[in-house]
Design a protein around this ligand. Structure first.
Ligand code: NAD
Length: 236
């Protein structure tokens, strides 16, 4: 099928990468051309060419890279996309301010979507938090996020994005992070005053929601002009 979008999964051996590989294989509109991980342990995952992060110059032609890796792997895939004039969808969190600036620079040449969270529920939660913050002026605002013990960054990228929404509504959020067991991701935004409390909470029970959101965004981003896109621009 010549309308297939050629994708590279970057961070393929990870928890998100595995979900992306499985769900991408179910989509006839996507052609998975390569899987990139920090190191390659065996040379093929179900017939897909595998590359180490040091081998990005050897990638076959692709339209979009989907990156769920770690900050130390991000610069390489961003450069590879700029060199190939390919789009980048990234959900990697914990990026440095310099890396955020590098995204802004790259968007003069390629389309890029970076999002702290690819779930529809969290997109709605962001709106609710902004509305609640603006209606509950002067209340304490606390964001409590819980994730599995392997998660490296804290507070989570999603907690920081929720905090930005709260600030837009006029609140001054504080953050608390819990790392326990295999929690996929929970975010509680709590507004408290004397004698009452409002709690807004999102619980992710499967990584598939993030992977599906990223694959959907990749199909919408391919072929667009250079620029920095938001998830809400690509939800249709
Ligand atoms: P993981 O530790 O299970 O996997 C990390 C992957 O990155 C592995 O494939 C590893 O080989 C690769 N990697 C590590 N260093 C690299 C390097 N230098 N170059 C290239 N690849 C490298 O992590 P995970 O749980 O799959 O999460 C991956 C990222 O996605 C994290 O930043 C996490 O916070 C983020 N995340 C985002 C969302 C979202 O919706 N935006 C959802 C879940 C996770």
């Amino acid at each position: 099928m010549d309308t297939q979008i050629r994708i590279v999964i970057h961070g393929a051996s990870g928890r998100m990468g595995q979900a992306l590989l499985r769900l991408a294989a179910e989509r006839p509109d996507l052609q998975l051309v390569a899987a990139v991980s920090r190191k390659v342990e065996s040379r093929a995952i179900d017939g897909i060419a595998q590359f180490a992060s040091s081998e990005l110059s050897g990638l076959p032609p692709f339209d979009v890279a989907i990156d769920f890796s770690l900050p130390e792997g991000f610069d390489g895939i961003l450069s590879a996309c700029v060199e190939r004039h390919a789009a980048l969808v990234s959900g990697t969190t914990g990026l440095t301010p310099g890396q955020r600036e590098a995204i802004a620079t790259a968007t003069t040449r390629i389309p890029v979507l970076w999002a702290a969270n690819f779930s529809l529920g969290v997109a709605v939660l962001n709106d609710l938090v902004e509305r609640a913050a603006s209606a509950l002026r002067g209340w304490d605002c606390d964001i409590v996020e819980s994730h599995h013990v392997h998660k490296k960054d804290a507070p989570s990228g999603t907690a920081l994005a929720l905090g930005e929404s709260a600030e837009q509504g006029g609140a001054q959020p504080r953050y608390a992070s819990l790392r326990a067991g295999d929690i996929v991701g929970e975010h509680l935004v709590q507004f408290t005053t004397l004698g009452e409390r409002v709690e807004l909470v999102h619980r992710a029970t499967s990584r598939d929601i993030f992977a599906r959101g990223a694959l959907h965004a990749a199909t919408r981003l391919a072929g667009r002009g250079p620029g920095q896109y938001q998830l809400r621009d690509l939800l249709d």
